[in-house]
Design a protein around this ligand. Structure first.
Ligand code: COA
Length: 167
């Protein structure tokens, strides 16, 4: 039986694609832990605190959620938090190649005590990623419907603050 599920990612920022997965994954276990990570291969736009705030604001309706952050190996975090399932989203066939290697490496690292399960992303969001949403937003494109309304507000406020710092 699934008890504690981890959904990890950079969430820079959380998008409606992530939220769709969070909503569905929360129904599968007793507790869903959303783990925000500083991905070493990426230069973040939002701080970890900002990303956590945006996730919290977008998931107030979910009772069995815990939002946390971690550094280092996902496998170590999984052990430390007694997680028994890691959930990942598949948006398209190309995600599969990357995900299978990650799932296999993680299975090796946590000695097969934890399963990785995959949920198919809703087709409405299969083209969405945090960086594409950020890029379109920063170039004044319309991203409404692709991120939660509260996240869009948050992004607008962050840009306004940045502009005010410059002048
Ligand atoms: N809807 C919308 N966007 C989605 C999505 C969905 N359902 N699923 C993924 N994405 C987007 C993400 O926003 C991300 O966008 P970005 O590249 O523009 O930031 C992109 O697709 C890739 O997502 P993901 O593969 O989940 O990358 P990530 O950086 O968010 O998270 C970790 C990757 C955290 C799972 C991985 O780096 C990790 O496990 N790190 C820990 C270190 C470790 O253990 N390494 C060994 C692994 S074997």
């Amino acid at each position: 039986m699934i008890q504690r599920i981890l959904y990890a990612g950079s969430f820079d920022p959380i998008t409606n694609g992530h939220l769709d997965l969070i909503n569905r994954a929360a129904k599968l276990g007793d507790k869903l832990i959303v783990g925000v990570i500083q991905n070493r291969s990426k230069k973040p736009f939002f701080t970890v605190e900002e990303r956590i705030d945006m996730i919290a604001a977008s998931t107030e309706h979910i009772k069995n959620i815990e939002i946390d952050h971690f550094e280092g190996l996902l496998a170590d975090y999984v052990k430390q938090k007694n997680i028994n399932v890691v959930v990942r989203g598949l948006r398209a066939a190309m995600d599969f190649e990357y995900e299978i290697h990650m799932a296999q490496m993680n299975a090796r690292l946590y000695n097969n005590h934890v399963e990785t399960i995959f949920l198919m992303t809703s087709p409405d969001y299969s083209f969405v990623s945090s960086s594409i949403v950020r890029e379109v937003f920063l170039l004044n494109g319309d991203i409404s419907g692709l991120v939660p309304d509260k996240v869009l507000e948050y992004m607008k406020n962050k840009c306004k603050r940045k502009r005010e710092e410059i002048v």
